[in-house]
Design a protein around this ligand. Sequence first.
Ligand SMILES: [Zn+2]
Length: 510
Amino acid sequence: MVIRAFNFRKYKAPLIVLLIIAISITGYFAFFKRSSTQLYSKQYKKIAGQCTHYDIYADFNPENKSINAVQTVRYKNNTNTTLNELYFYLYPNAFKNEDMTPFPGEEFSRAYPNGFDPGYIEINYIKAGEEELDFKLNDIYLQVPLPSKGLKQGREISLEISFKVQIPNCLGRFGYGEKTFNICNWYPILAVYDENGWNLDPYYAIGDPFYSESSIYQVTIEAPKDFIIASTGEQVEVKDKDDTKKIWTIETGLVRDFAWTASSDYKIASTTVDGIKIYSYYFHEGGGKDALKSAAESIRFYNRYFGKYPYENYSVAAADFYIGGMEYPNLVLIDRTLYGGSFLEYIVVHETAHQWWYGLVGSNQVKEAWLDEGLTEYSTIMFLENKYGKQGKQAYDDIVKSRYHFFELSNPLDFRVLRALNEFEGWKDYDALVYARGAMVFGEIREEVGDKTFQKVMSRYLEEYIYRNATTEDLIRLWEKETNNTIDRCFFNKMLNIMPDDEKENISAA
Ligand SMILES: [Zn+2]
């Protein structure tokens, strides 16, 4: 996500055009001719052979602002224990009560310009085969006790979940405004079971409080004929159902969520980069083309620097979304009021970088938000540096370093970067520590080891953790191994402001 606006106009230079031409001519390698199914095929096969499959049929009714859906979830128990229950998140229920909405209090009127409007999800039934299962609803969690003696390690279960979603008049990730429906975090999605057991966290008002595993989706959406849908995955077929409705059939590769936006006013522009189809869904003519250009340029840059984006397409969708930008697999939402403004490039590039750091390499965004945000922010800076040269490089000082130093000057008590979302006071310390200091971790490493080694190790990080979830610990170990401890744990402790245990004790005793 991007939450911060600033003026980037001064970094634009006439050199841009020459640079793009130069990259276009020299940057084409045989590597990019390979089809996406061949890329990372070893990792793909391993995960795809055991991942969860979601098959969702959704009937979208924009007039009632509702969706009626049936979802089949095929889950294989890859944990090392028998599971007696499964947990799903029901994120729409975070939008149910006025006093519990997932927005900071001071942003309430921006999220609900027409006043509060409830959004929620209702479960009609859950079945395993013909057997209807009991379930428990608790706030945003759905607990499904499993039949017989639970699900043994390595065994599979298929659940059918029927549900109804009510979409609120809200300009957040889940809601509708004047032009778009933002249908994100909208269906029952499995929580992650890891070494800590089931991860059940609240829908915090700051950060992107999500943590999920790569899965394969097949989604069918029935929508009124005049609506255009931008979505995760590949829209393999769009056909008429009758005189009033269309049926959209969508299939995905390994992705960690499925999101979509819908509008009856969308215009579409598209282009192709390295065999990847890039789409811009927009309302503002100039801005729509600019967003497409930024998406194409950044996909091209990250393809060459970190490793290729392995999907068929990528979409940038203008949305009634007040928070700037938000990343989902193959799809990002951008506040439509930013189109035509100088902040658009930065925000599109940032969300595009998330396709690598969040999309391909996931992480627990509740416990370690810095890991994807810091790397995404630094990847954005690298794009600007590559595109604008010296002026782009200046962005590192102006955007990243100064943000953190300004925070330092405010004399904060807590400098820790690596902490859970609920341990931040608000957007201010979150922004300075997670985005700015997080980006500085990577900036300092690159300065220390040089661009070549940085590229080698970060490409390795992608290859090693693609389609999986990585942790800060994984990143530290990788850097220690790949640089023979030139970049070691002490370096990360210093950059992440991790206090040694003894110091911590002294402070708490004081
Ligand atoms: Zn972000």
